[in-house]
Design a protein around this ligand. Sequence first.
Ligand SMILES: [Zn+2]
Length: 174
Amino acid sequence: MTDSDTNDGDAERERVSVPNEVEFPRMLDFYELQTEDQTQIHEFYDNLRDGQLTTTQCRDCDEIHFPPRIVCPECTGDDLEYVDLPHEGELFAFSEVRGGLPIGLSEHEVPYVVAVVDLGPVRLSGRVDGAAYSDLEIGDSVSLKIVEIDGPTDEERVFYRFEATDTTTDGDSQ
Ligand SMILES: [Zn+2]
């Protein structure tokens, strides 16, 4: 290749650039917006922000739902009230997430554990912190943990997770 070859090439080339940072797109934010004008179950988030896990119970048929509802899926009544849920439960099922996270969720360092937690009145799924998959067993105790969510909105948002409370990290000592 000669000098004249490369010079000819350079003269024809247009420059393109790649941004150093990409703003986190709202569409990849999978946490619900939580205020009264954004969701009809805002009371769930208001209570969670105050440190209490709650859900709806139907005043007509007594059914307890999770997630919270605005209409009872059992009797289609809409006379619902928010009731407290226990903050302690046990693992009904669990698995480990090893990849496939949306861009920008850098705090979600894989692997982490997700579980179906039996709280008594309801079973719900959530992330479990404080233990590795290999440390956990069905029936292990977990307790509620509330986390605050940063961006991409300016709102104060919270979400629930669970924390393992009786992992047997030093062997089969159960
Ligand atoms: Zn009902």
